[in-house]
Design a protein around this ligand. Structure first.
Ligand SMILES: NC(=O)c1ccc[n+]([C@@H]2O[C@H](COP(=O)([O-])OP(=O)(O)OC[C@H]3O[C@@H](n4cnc5c(N)ncnc54)[C@H](OP(=O)(O)O)[C@@H]3O)[C@@H](O)[C@H]2O)c1
Length: 242
């Protein structure tokens, strides 16, 4: 859910695995300059209520306005939950199309401006896009360099005007962070390999996520807006995992 006219920020702060540091770290991310927050209604990996507490705190102290903020959450099916279920598993079966239609109803009632889907193949995304009344506005996928940084899904998103959100850009690509393509670009720009990967993500049209718990890394991550890779560097990084 987000404010009616809030733009989608170019970088998202992800709140997975923060547990009892969630509120403090969301506040830190907002203080550092992040304006987009990702959470999920899935207690196994997220503390959604603590994200709400952080947002309430910054709105209360006036440091950020609601119109500046982009908030997204996710529905997770029973298979992805632990025993701390956020809903009654005996309620109506949450089959994929029923879930999407429930989200479409939220969209029509004004409670969710943009709908999205996560962890999808090109085939699944194509099926959803063809069969839905409210089309997906964003896709959030783990982005592996060895799969051409999810090239096929990204290309579909680009054609359909869907925002592609890439996560695990650093953790899924540890080998590529040390590849000649990334290391050379880092040396030329005087940036870290992590910054080069985030910058690469921006330049190929992705919306990256970071879930850093480090004040210095949060600043470094946002500083990837301050430099540019050359087209040949982008091409080399695009090919570095394949
Ligand atoms: N839809 C899904 O199924 C799904 C699954 C996983 C994640 N997500 C979302 O994506 C978000 C991000 O998750 P992620 O998998 O990408 O992992 P992550 O939580 O962002 O972890 C990234 C790792 O990179 C490090 N890091 C970040 N910036 C760095 C920098 N500038 N230099 C060096 N290291 C840096 C972090 O360490 P420090 O803390 O020390 O900086 C951390 O160890 C999650 O919080 C969640 O919102 C979604």
């Amino acid at each position: 859910m987000t404010a009616p006219n809030a733009p989608v920020p170019a970088f998202l702060y992800g709140t997975a695995w923060k547990e009892d540091r969630t509120e403090e770290l969301v506040r830190l991310a907002l203080a550092t300059g992040f304006r987009g927050i990702d959470t999920a209604n899935q207690r196994r990996h997220y503390v959604e209520a603590a994200v709400g507490a952080a947002v309430a705190a910054v709105l209360g102290d006036g440091t950020v306005t609601r119109a500046d903020l982009f908030l997204q959450t996710k529905f997770t099916s029973v298979d992805g939950q632990d025993q701390r279920l956020p809903y009654d598993p005996q309620a109506e079966p949450a089959k994929d199309w029923a879930v999407w239609q429930a989200m479409e109803a939220l969209h029509h009632s004004g409670q969710a401006r943009r709908l999205g889907v996560s962890n999808v193949s090109l085939e699944q995304l194509t099926t959803l896009h063809q069969g839905s009344r409210v089309k997906p506005a964003s896709v959030q996928n783990r982005c592996f360099a060895i799969h051409g940084w999810d090239r096929d899904v990204r290309a579909f998103c680009a054609r359909q005007g869907i925002v592609y959100q890439g996560f695990s850009l650093l953790t899924a690509n540890a080998r590529e962070l040390g590849s000649p393509a990334v290391v050379r670009a880092a040396r030329r720009t005087g940036r870290t390999p992590a910054q080069v990967v985030f910058r690469f993500a921006l330049q190929v049209g992705m919306l990256p996520l970071t879930g850093s718990s480090s004040p210095a890394h949060l600043q470094e991550d946002l500083a990837c807006f301050d430099f540019e890779l050359e087209p040949a560097e982008v091409r080399a990084i695009e090919e570095c995992g394949v």
